[in-house]
Design a protein around this ligand. Structure first.
Ligand code: DX5
Ligand code: ZN
Length: 219
């Protein structure tokens, strides 16, 4: 199954109810919520309060991407606020396996993300503990950046690891994805596609998402 996860980072929060409604009616599979702390990445977004408020606006799975240091301090609060998938960064904690196991124990899907400089080999000893692997195809922190081409090879490597050892694990890619490269990201083996600016920095986010769905249907 191929899934589209629109990233609300690029949405207009003055009109967030309508923006969510637009992508939901157009067939979004999950909502991607980027949490930034100004330390792990040089930008700030929102915390559990806002996610709890957004929770009232949509029944879609909430896919929370934590770009924060010491994520273990906050995951319970995000779970309570309504996060279904919680993804932290391999680079942001000393004990990734412990945190993955903890996420499952609180009923979340356990996700781990790799920055562009981190090899897929770092997942060798923890892949069975993951429900989602997120390959960052840009340096995290901002929407609207260009896809780093080396990411294709990392997606292929992650696909091989997942197929061999944990076939149910989702393989998500985030950063610089749009109509011009979505097909290639699918071909490399990803199944879940985060898109921010290519959906929300348009006149009609619903139509933009439908156009992406058409590309996936033909891929
Ligand atoms: C960036 C975030 C992304 C961001 C992607 O650090 O993790 O989810 O919204 O934005 P685009 O799709 O514009 O590259
Ligand atoms: Zn993200």
């Amino acid at each position: 199954m191929l899934r589209i996860a629109p990233s609300l980072l690029s949405a207009d929060f003055a009109d967030i109810r309508a923006q969510i409604q637009a992508v939901q009616s157009a067939g979004a599979d999950q909502l991607h919520l980027d949490v930034m702390d100004g330390r792990f990445v040089p930008n700030l977004t929102w915390g559990p309060k806002i996610i709890g408020d957004l929770r009232k606006l949509s029944p879609l799975p909430f896919d929370c991407h934590l770009m924060i240091v010491e994520p273990e301090r906050y995951v319970d609060a995000f779970r309570k606020a309504g996060a279904d998938i919680i993804t932290f960064h391999y680079e942001a904690t000393d004990h990734a396996q412990r945190l993955l196991a903890h996420l499952r124990s609180i009923g979340a899907k356990a996700g781990i993300s790799l920055c562009p400089q981190t090899p897929v080999a770092m997942l060798d000893d923890i892949i069975e503990d993951c429900d989602l692997v997120l390959i960052m195809s840009v340096n995290p922190g901002f929407g609207g950046q260009s896809f780093i081409p080396r990411s294709y090879e990392k997606i292929r490597q992650a696909r091989a690891l997942i197929d061999a050892r944990n076939p149910g694990c989702m393989l998500e890619v985030d950063g610089g994805i749009g109509a011009s490269n979505l097909r290639d990201v699918v071909a490399a083996g990803a199944d879940t596609f985060v898109m921010g600016s290519s959906i929300f920095d348009t006149q009609d986010p619903g139509a933009a998402l439908e156009a992406m769905r058409t590309i996936l249907a033909q891929a």
